[in-house]
Structures are given as structure tokens and as C-alpha cells.
Design a protein around this ligand. Structure first.
Ligand code: CMC
Length: 380
């Protein structure tokens, strides 16, 4: 292999086939198992979308009922996982907490190394059900608050918000809807960096928790999932002023973007390896952000949002990605900025585990080549 053969960043490389989702940048569409993601977000619960991703088909009412019952009865935080989190400093990133907690769950699983299809699906469903308690526990301990017990009368999205905030205000329908839409949109996106990581790990025949732990590590960086957190730091740097008009906020955002681009900065929340004319998920997520802006009466945030977007478009024709509207949406809901990417994990657990099962069902060790560019052979 020579340097001419290198596909830096594997850009444009088709590494395998998948039946889980289809990203089509030409038509700006994203299908999960054949269904447009915006239709799923508008019509289905996140629980139903998770089942669709795992099994390939929409669940029947009975199947969804049985899974819902299972999910509602597996939301408790394992005391051993709680103890492990307690050993971590509160100064560590919540992504480190999440990565560690999933690793502990794997080590404690009775079928730690066992990966037949039924065990794998059961592990995926358990992880799906238990993960929100990890995020909620970590968010609350960082605020010096006691954990809140899960509630069996609530849906996945409602209970997630309940365990984090412990109040009825977060169960207001517009908040729950916006949160659930974000969960559906973040669930799956083909061979992105974290999913590919999970598939590489699975290809060695390692277990599901190892693959998910590795995927969390890949998701943490700001070029991938960490971008939703980074978007909020941009907003903070520009400065959110609740007393200014949308126009004033937009003008300040535009000036900030011009300076950032002149300094050759990469602005998080913009650009995408696959979509070059806009991320298919953004319009739906922007709708959720608009609903939250209205609910919390914070129009000046949209001034910043529009100002940055217009300035980037004008200067470089680069469009926002999903993390751009998701960041301020989670901020308005009251999550700490560092908690945004763990929310992405909660959702992407579905896509990752679907890919882990798909990889295992038709496995080939993922092991590419490298073009050597070090010293020629030499004598000692
Ligand atoms: N800000 C400024 N310039 C950018 C940006 C950006 N966000 N994104 C791309 N560009 C420029 C880049 O500088 C390059 O310009 P030039 O040709 O003059 O050097 C050109 O656009 C092509 O960029 P690239 O980095 O070669 O494109 P890529 O396909 O390797 O990168 C990306 C994709 C997502 C890594 C990149 O757009 C980026 O760093 N964006 C910011 C991070 C981010 O928002 N990530 C989230 C991705 S989507 C959802 C998710 O996974 O969470």
C-alpha cells in the first residue's frame, strides 16, 4: 500500500453494508429501517423507535406493551454502579462518568462475555432502560441534590426528565415532546465515528458493553457528540443577554462569527462529513428548539442562533448540524452544559447496539492497512 491509496479519515470509504439506516445527502433525508426520521419523531414514542432499530420492524401494540413494561421495571440505578460513580471526582466530565458506569455494568453482568443474539438484545434493552438513571444521578450529585426515584407511571422521556429534575414543570407536554424528539433524532446515523468504533470492537468478538464503552469514548470529542456541549460554550462566549432584542443578539452573533472565521476557528455545531447541504435532522430539531424558546419565553436565544447561522452561511456556505439546535434546547430545559453529550448517549445506545448485533451476525474482523512512512530499514 502506498500513500496514494490512503483515504484519510476513511472519507468516502464504504466499509460494509447496513440495513439499519440510510443517509442520503442528495435528497437530504435520513431513514431508520426505511422510515423517514421526521415522521418517526412526529408520530412514535422513543421506545417504539428503539424497537424498530433493534428488530427492523415497527412493534405491534402487544410487543410495545411488553417492552414498555420491561423498561419501566428496569430503571433503578444498580447500587454497585452508584458506588463506582461516587468514587469519581465531581470535576470529571460526565462523559467519563457515563463511560465508567457502562463499563462497570458490563463487568457485573451475569453474561459478561456471552454474546448470542438473544443475550445481546436483552443486554441492549437493559442498558437502554438503566442508562437514564446514570445521567440523572450524575447531574443531581453535581448540584448537591439527592437522587430521585424513577416513576413507573411515566414514559421513558417523562421519567428521564423526572429523575433529573424531580419536578412537575419538566413534565409539561411541550418539554417532554422536545426532549423525546431529540432522543429520536440522535438515535442512529449509520457509520459515524462512535458507531464505527462499536463495530470495530464487536468485530474482534468482544462483548456489547466493551463496544458501547468504546463508543462513548469516541462520542465524547467535539468533532462528534461533544459538539452539542461546545455549541453552548459559543453562546456563552458571545454572551446571552435576556434584555436584548432578537436583532441585537443576531448582530452580536454575526460579529463573533466573522472574528472566529477570520481567526480560522472551527465553529462547533456547523458542518458535516456526509451532509454538505444541511443536516436532514436540523429542521425537526429546530422545531423543538422553537417550541422551547416559546415555552420558556427566551426569544433572544434565537437571535444568537439565527445570527451565527446566517453569518456562517454567508461566509462559507456551511450549514448547522443536529448539535446546533440540540445544545440550546437542552440548555433551556435546564441541563448543565456538560450533561448534553450524555443525553446523546442515552439515545444513541439504540443505534450502537443495533449495529453491534448487525456486525456480529455477519462478522469480519475490521483491520485496515497503513502506508508506512517511517525510517527505512536500518541496522542496530
Ligand atoms: N467551522 C469552520 N469551518 C469549517 C467547519 C466549521 N464547523 N466545518 C468545516 N469547515 C471548513 C473546513 O475548515 C474546511 O475548509 P478549508 O477547505 O478551507 O480548509 C472545509 O470546511 C471542509 O471541512 P473538513 O473539516 O475537511 O470537513 P470534514 O468532513 O472533515 O469535517 C466535521 C466534518 C464535522 C468534522 C467538521 O465540519 C467540523 O469540525 N465541525 C465542527 C464540529 C461539529 O459540529 N461536529 C458535529 C458533527 S455532526 C453531529 C454529531 O456527530 O454529533
Amino acid at each position: 500500500s502506498t500513500t496514494d491509496d490512503i483515504k484519510k479519515g476513511l472519507a468516502g470509504v464504504i466499509a460494509d453494508s447496513t440495513a439499519i439506516s440510510k443517509v442520503n445527502p442528495e435528497t437530504n433525508s435520513l431513514l431508520y429501517r426505511g422510515y423517514p426520521v421526521q415522521d418517526l419523531a412526529a408520530n412514535l414514542s422513543f421506545e417504539a423507535v428503539a424497537m424498530l432499530l433493534w428488530t427492523g420492524e415497527l412493534p405491534t401494540d402487544d410487543e410495545l406493551g411488553a417492552f414498555t413494561e420491561y423498561e419501566r421495571s428496569h430503571r433503578q440505578l444498580d447500587p454497585a454502579v452508584k458506588n463506582a460513580i461516587d468514587l469519581l471526582p465531581e470535576t470529571c466530565h460526565p462523559m467519563d462518568t457515563a463511560r465508567t458506569a457502562v463499563s462497570v455494568m458490563g463487568a457485573r453482568h451475569p453474561q459478561a462475555g456471552d454474546s448470542d443474539p438473544d443475550t445481546e438484545l436483552a443486554k441492549a434493552q437493559e442498558l437502554f432502560a438503566r442508562f437514564p438513571a446514570i445521567v440523572a444521578y450524575d447531574q443531581r450529585r453535581r448540584r448537591g441534590l439527592e437522587p430521585v426515584e424513577p416513576r413507573g407511571d411515566l414514559t421513558y422521556a417523562e421519567n428521564f426528565l423526572w429523575m433529573v429534575f424531580g419536578d412537575e414543570e419538566h413534565l409539561a407536554p411541550p418539554v417532554v415532546e422536545a426532549f423525546e424528539v431529540s432522543m429520536v433524532l440522535y438515535a442512529e446515523h449509520s457509520f459515524n465515528a462512535s458507531t464505527f468504533t462499536a463495530r470495530v470492537i464487536t468485530s474482534t468478538l468482544a462483548d456489547l458493553h466493551s463496544a458501547v464503552t468504546g463508543a462513548i469514548g469516541a462520542l465524547k470529542g467535539p468533532l462528534h457528540g461533544g459538539a452539542n456541549e461546545a455549541v453552548m460554550y459559543t453562546f456563552d462566549e458571545i454572551g446571552v443577554d435576556r434584555n436584548e432584542s432578537r436583532e441585537q443578539a443576531a448582530a452580536r452573533a454575526k460579529a463573533w462569527m466573522e472574528d472566529a472565521l477570520a481567526a480560522k476557528k472551527k465553529v462547533m455545531g456547523f458542518g458535516h462529513r456526509v451532509y454538505k447541504n444541511g443536516d436532514s435532522r436540523v429542521p425537526t430539531m429546530k422545531g423543538a428548539l422553537d417550541a422551547m424558546v416559546e415555552h420558556y419565553e427566551r426569544p433572544e436565544l434565537l437571535g444568537l442562533y439565527d445570527g451565527l447561522e446566517a453569518a456562517m452561511d454567508e461566509a462559507k456556505s456551511i450549514k448547522p448540524n443536529l448539535d446546533y439546535p440540540a445544545g440550546p434546547t437542552y440548555h433551556l430545559m435546564g441541563f448543565d452544559t456538560q450533561m448534553f453529550t450524555p443525553l446523546f448517549i442515552a439515545s444513541r445506545i439504540t443505534g450502537w447496539t443495533a449495529h453491534i448485533m448487525e456486525q456480529r451476525a455477519n462478522n469480519s474482523l475490521i483491520r485496515p492497512l497503513a502506508a508506512y512512512n517511517g525510517a527505512d530499514q536500518r541496522a542496530l
